[in-house]
Design a protein around this ligand. Structure first.
Ligand code: XMP
Length: 518
């Protein structure tokens, strides 16, 4: 990170919308980091943030075991904005009262501004209302000393408070969600008018600072990077290639479960857009052999992960003077792994990644995308001059098509899936749907059914198509196609792909289903 950037700190108390706070701050044009509440004092000492936003959270601030905040934080002169639980814990710690008054408010509400204040500048004239989004069971009933009410709801509940002298503010509603119409403006007012911060977060600054950082770190050593052809690894490779050129060596392991013609495209694009070395390993047959009789989804993922590491390790060891391994870890992955550490949530599936590699290879990690969200990675890719067809690519899982063939994998099934998938993606592109969808793919089911084609009976496989919208892959909604599109797609796949006679449309969101089938 560029240490000259003024830092906005978001403290996570477990809200579903904490990531959205970070998004809004970055959209406003400021650099922002998130930490969990329990490391706040040590983080402040080390990083000296200029603004602190306390997120919402599911706990009740008056309960003994609820996540707390050190009262000294409020005496450091750093402006603080507490949102929902963040406001309640501020009140609780500073001597106010928070109660469960049974006046729960969920969803849209109107607030009335009581006083003009920097926080609500240009949000509305005093006494006029503004639509906000609420989600709380507890409520602040008594304010701590030095605080005043800035806004109330129609039900006369406190909607916002502030200690103007100490620059400590609270919002009972969530300014980060889009249903709070002037929410972004409220956050911007806090950062610009109260904290006096300037907008200095731009992708080109980020690119420049990363190039400098990578150059300084790598010096004359070599960096290895696993290339998959996906957005993240392509952007990492392009960034490193720009920073260190020939000192970057990319390894592309083809496990045989890529989309149709994908390996050719990856190699062509690499030559066109990067000025580094590429080692291409065709490992199709060794992966296929290892997976021959594997039907259990977790076992498939583990076998592929292990085989990938084995092959990558052999190749990486051949490269002399390699000191670093570059990876496309994104900010949501960083947050997610922190959350898992803290909350002990259960792993749903073992995602294939190369996390075990640096330890085995004794390499230091370079993760230049660690601070970015997916759409920021796409923006960075654009800044680096990568073409739209790489930048806008849908996510593709590490184990590739193998986890889209439930049950036993055969060569015939891989080929059927490749052909069906190609037609599906072609149709999405032709109909301008590809960029409206977060991820779309076919799954080849281990189910055969009877059909009639021409005058003959058929007994063939079933393809299920999936299309979802999402922001980060953590949750997903179904993307519903028009009838004509579905009819045409189904007709094309059955007409053009040998071995398929039935198409299903998966109408399950995540949760309860995951995006991939295995
Ligand atoms: P699930 O199926 O867990 O997928 O809902 C969420 C997102 O992650 C992708 N995915 C993977 N990505 N390695 C990856 O890099 C993997 O092993 C892997 N498994 C799933 C999936 O395609 C979706 O975008």
């Amino acid at each position: 990170m560029n240490n000259n950037l003024k830092k906005v700190l978001v403290v996570d108390y477990g809200s579903q919308t904490t990531q959205l706070i970070i998004r809004r701050v970055r959209e406003i044009g400021m650099y922002c980091e998130m930490i969990t509440y329990n490391i706040l004092p040590s983080y402040i000492k080390k990083n000296k943030p200029q603004a602190i936003i306390l997120s919402g959270g599911p706990a009740s601030s008056f309960e003994k075991k609820s996540p707390k905040i050190d009262s000294n934080i409020f005496n450091l002169g750093i402006p603080i904005l507490g949102i929902c639980y963040g406001m309640q814990i501020t009140c609780q710690i500073l001597g106010g009262k928070v109660k469960n008054t049974k006046k729960r408010e969920f969803g849209k509400a109107e607030i009335k501004l009581l006083k003009s204040s920097l926080l609500f500048e240009n949000v509305g004239k005093t006494k006029l209302s503004s639509q906000v989004w609420m989600s709380h069971g507890d409520e602040v009933t008594d304010l701590p000393e030095g605080f005043i009410k800035l806004a109330t709801t129609e039900k006369n509940n406190i909607a916002s408070i502030g200690n103007l002298k100490k620059k400590i503010y609270g919002l009972q509603f969530h300014p980060e969600v889009i249903h709070t119409i002037k929410g972004k403006l409220i956050i911007e007012n806090f950062l610009m008018r109260i904290c006096k911060l300037k907008k200095n977060w731009k992708m080109e600054n980020f690119l420049e600072s990363q190039i400098l950082k990578i150059k300084n770190m790598v010096k004359e050593e070599k960096v290895i990077c696993g290339l998959s052809g996906g957005v993240d690894s392509s952007v990492v490779a392009a960034l490193l290639s720009k920073a260190i050129g020939k000192k970057l060596i990319c390894i592309f392991v083809n496990h045989g479960f890529l989309r149709k013609d994908e390996e050719k495209e990856v190699i062509i694009n690499f030559k066109k857009y990067m000025n580094s070395k590429l080692i291409y390993i065709n490992a199709k047959s060794s992966f296929f052999k290892k997976l021959r009789n594997v039907t259990d989804p977790e076992k498939k993922r583990k076998v592929i992960g292990r085989e990938f590491v084995r092959i990558f390790e052999i190749e990486a060891k051949k490269i002399k003077n390699a000191k670093f391994l570059a990876q496309g870890t994104l900010y949501p992955d960083v947050i997610e792994s922190k959350k898992i550490d803290g909350a002990g949530s259960k792993a749903i599936k073992s995602h294939h990644n190369v996390g075990g590699l640096p330890k085995r290879l004794n390499l230091k990690l370079i993760e230049p995308l660690r601070e970015l969200f997916k759409d920021e990675v796409r923006e960075l890719g654009k800044e680096l001059g990568l073409p739209r067809n790489i930048i806008q690519r849908h996510p593709f899982p590490g184990p590739g098509l193998s986890i889209r063939i439930p049950g036993k994998i055969t060569n015939k099934k891989i080929n059927i899936l490749k052909e069906a998938d190609k037609i599906y993606i072609d149709e999405l592109l032709k109909n301008n749907l590809y960029n409206k969808i977060w991820q779309a793919f076919c799954v080849l089911l281990p189910v055969k059914s009877v059909g009639v084609m021409g005058d003959s009976r058929s007994y063939e496989y079933t393809v299920s198509i999936r299309a979802i919208t999402s922001t980060d892959g953590m949750t997903a909604d179904i993307y519903y196609f028009r009838e004509e599109f579905l009819k045409k797609l189904s007709g094309r796949i059955i007409g053009e792909v040998n071995g398929v006679n039935r198409i299903l449309f998966d109408i399950t969101s995540k949760p309860p289903a995951t995006i991939e089938w295995e």
